[in-house]
Each structure stands twice: as structure tokens, then as C-alpha cells.
Design a protein around this ligand. Sequence first.
Ligand SMILES: NC(=O)c1ccc[n+]([C@@H]2O[C@H](COP(=O)([O-])OP(=O)(O)OC[C@H]3O[C@@H](n4cnc5c(N)ncnc54)[C@H](OP(=O)(O)O)[C@@H]3O)[C@@H](O)[C@H]2O)c1
Length: 240
Amino acid sequence: MAVEILAKKKVLIIGATGGIGSEATRLIRKGQANVFITGRNEEKLKQTARDNDIPAEQAFLLDVTDAKAVQTLATTIYDRVGPLDILINAAGIGYLNPLENTGAEDFSKVIDVNLKGAFHLMRYFLPPMKEARKGLVINIPGVLGKAPMAGAAAYAASKYGLNGMVKSIREELKRTEVRITNLYLGGVDSDFWDNIDMRVNRDKFINAKEAGRAIWFLCQQPVSGVVSEMVIQPFNHQAI
Ligand SMILES: NC(=O)c1ccc[n+]([C@@H]2O[C@H](COP(=O)([O-])OP(=O)(O)OC[C@H]3O[C@@H](n4cnc5c(N)ncnc54)[C@H](OP(=O)(O)O)[C@@H]3O)[C@@H](O)[C@H]2O)c1
């Protein structure tokens, strides 16, 4: 069975500066794809571009909560290369706290980045793919996008929302060959956990390299079918 060849594919990785995004970037770039990346941290963004031999003009500072900036980026990339072949949304923030310690502002921030940010990305990058009737979109709702956990009221709200939003968008794309994959990862050892005040055993988590490899694998699946979801969890903590 022929697999998708990554060479020359136009791939945009949102959150390429993160633990999972940077590993996905490395592997996809190795496959000779034409890679565009975004991050918020300028130093990390430049470093990620340099490490992967990505031209500086294909690395963009982007805050996904800024709808206008997302729209501008979508136009900029479209004007340069046309519709994307692959869009990977690996941006997001972690927030785990008991309900009584979760302020309304904390809640809004998590929703703004993880859910509304993803909405802006889908809203502005998908129409050209829909018109071209082809492409692949990967989001990472994570296991907390379909299983509850104590302390995850805000985070799970954002990720269950992402799950529902993406599945609804999929219904609108059924007459095209735009494929949508939701990746449900359990705990991955990345900076995501640095500011989370919860006792976790990161040694037992999924390695960020393995998570990146899962994304790379998804990018190579034959177009005759669609991997609508993939679940990877730490062996010792299988929630779904
Ligand atoms: N780690 C886990 O256990 C785990 C499990 C399941 C799902 N996930 C999901 O996987 C995705 C990647 O997580 P990760 O582990 O790679 O986390 P990470 O290492 O903390 O990376 C997060 C990435 O998101 C970017 N980002 C954060 N806020 C942003 C904003 N407002 N606008 C644009 N970019 C923003 C960061 O950019 P800068 O670094 O440049 O600021 C970084 O590139 C997230 O959606 C997360 O929810 C993670």
C-alpha cells in the first residue's frame, strides 16, 4: 500500500517550539517536507528553525488567541504557497487545579488558548483546504478531551470542547478529502508540566519524542482512509 510521501508537502506546525511540536517538526522536516512553524517564544522559535534548517521567513511568532494574527498568517502562507497539505496544532497550555482554586480568569485563559485558539486556526486555515478538497489536520485534544480527571475542570472543558468542535467540523468536510485526526495522548513529559502543581511521575510518562513520532506517523498514512483518532497513554495510567 502506498504511503503518503512527505517530501515537498506544505506542512504548518503550530506550537513547534513545544515538547511535542518540536519533535514532530524535526521528523517531518527530515522527510523533506516544506515546513512552516510557529511559536510564541522568539528565541525558541529561531532555534527550532535553525536546528531543522527551516528558512527564517517560514518561522512565525504567533499567539493563537489573536484571531487577527491567525488570519494574517493564513493569508501570508496561502499567498506564498497556496493551501496547506498538513496543519498540525500542537499549541496549548496545561492547567490542573481543584475547582475551588480555579479562578474565572484561569478558566478563560485555558479556553482562550486551547479551544478558541484552535477555533481561529480551523476558521482561517481550513477553507482553502476545503476548496482544494484535500489535506490533513491534526489536533491534540489529549486523553482529557474524552476522559475526566480531578483537577481538570478548566483543562478538560477546553479539550472536550476541542474534541466536539473538531468532530463537528469533520461533518462539514465529508464531501471533501480533507482528513481530520484527533490525537489523544496521555501524560507526555514536556515543559507543559513545569507549572502544574500536582504530584506526577514524569518518568512514567510518554516520551515527547514518541509523541512527535506519532504525529509523523499520522502524516504518512495513505489517503485512501483516515485515521480519525489515535490514543496513546502511559502504560501505567490508562484512562480510556
Ligand atoms: N504534555 C502532555 O502531557 C500532553 C498530553 C495530552 C495533550 N497535550 C497537548 O499537546 C499540545 C502540546 O503540548 P506539549 O506537551 O508539547 O506542551 P509544551 O511543551 O508546553 O508546548 C506548548 C506549545 O504551545 C505553544 N503555545 C502556548 N500558548 C500559546 C499561545 N497562546 N499561542 C500560540 N502558541 C502557544 C508554546 O509556545 P512557546 O513555547 O513558544 O511559548 C509551545 O510551542 C497541547 O495542546 C497540549 O494540551 C499535552
